[in-house]
Write a protein that binds this ligand. Sequence first.
Ligand code: COA
Length: 397
Amino acid sequence: MKIGIDKIGFYAPHLYVDMNKLAVSRNVEPEKYTIGIGQEKMALAPITQDSVTMAANAALKILDEEDKKAIDFVIFGTESGIDNSKSAGVYVHDLLGLNPYARSIEVKQACYGATAGIQMAKGHIALNPKSKVLVLGSDIARYGLNTSGEATQGAGAVAMLISADPKIMTLEENSAFLTEDIMDFWRPIHADKAFVDGKFSNEQYIAFFNKVWNQYKAKSGLELSDFEAICYHLPYTKMGFKALKTVLDEGTDEDRERLLANYKISTQYNRNVGNIYTGSLYLSLLSLLELNENLQAGSRIGLFSYGSGAVGEFFSGKLEENYREHLHVVEHEQLFSSRIEITVAEYEEIFQETLPVDSSTMELDLEKDPATICLAGITDNKRQYVNKVFGKVPVMK
Ligand code: COA
């Protein structure tokens, strides 16, 4: 049975910071951010967006009524969850009005969570071929103002519908994965910003890529020339390039040219959004599929997932006939073109806005946020969400 990505959608908040301007205000040469790190724009989540609302906004655009009835499993990968107990999947399940007879969970392993979700979904569908699984990757990447990680922040979500006989990409059987207990990036329960050993995490990312790539080749018998493109988890767009470079000598000039050209296309969306942690690899896949109009059905795409701490996986998929007809290119073009640039000073102010942690009530101004699904406030230590289409505006006490 073919199992894979039937639909894929994306959401980023409507605000962004220009990296050239951020560089100037940090006394850094703009080329460090735009070339050395490879980022142009950084999406910023206003206080009315969190990992739950972004995921729900990403899913909202791709699901029809039939999908909502057929989904019996919601798997939410995130490392910016809003509760240590209740899963973000349960909130999204309600905000989207999904079939109540469903499982809803949250999966955590840094940026690897959505990949774990996809593999779980694949197993679930193998046992229940009529099921559809909603896999979400949604995060706000926060390192802090004036930190070395600041230029690699971002916010956004990817939603994927995994099913039998998928319309976009069939996932192949072979997959190679690896776990090693390392401290390259982590966020203790008390911290709202990540701790990172940046250089070490770069090294480990590449080392993990090489290990799983070699194991994948040994398991599958495939080699570099079998791939039309390889998409990477992209904490920043230069990162995947550093990993890709290490294997390019395995191919011919033609392979190198093709893989480098497709790599560039696969980084366009990420370059303009920033790091979205769990959704980052799938945003890169989306960038490749939507911006390269010449990919043929049957082309094999490699996918490298890396979640610090660390778990890595290399797996692959093949494009289905007429896959382009099932993408949301126009909506995503519109999403990018309707975003609003904010100044560095405005970014700093929004970045520091927080919800109360002392049980007090806060009501948020929804007028400023054009998204359909927003966080309306907090009362009794409960986040109050609103889907403007359902018109269910919570009453704040
Ligand atoms: N023009 C062009 N490139 C420039 C430049 C300029 N004027 N100035 C610097 N650069 C290049 C550097 O040479 C370097 O390139 P290289 O990595 O290919 O050597 C790059 O810009 C970054 O410079 P560096 O001094 O290493 O940056 P940094 O110490 O400020 O930190 C990260 C960069 C990525 C380590 C940091 O942002 C970080 O920790 N991010 C979060 C962690 C992360 O994303 N980890 C990835 C694995 S998940």
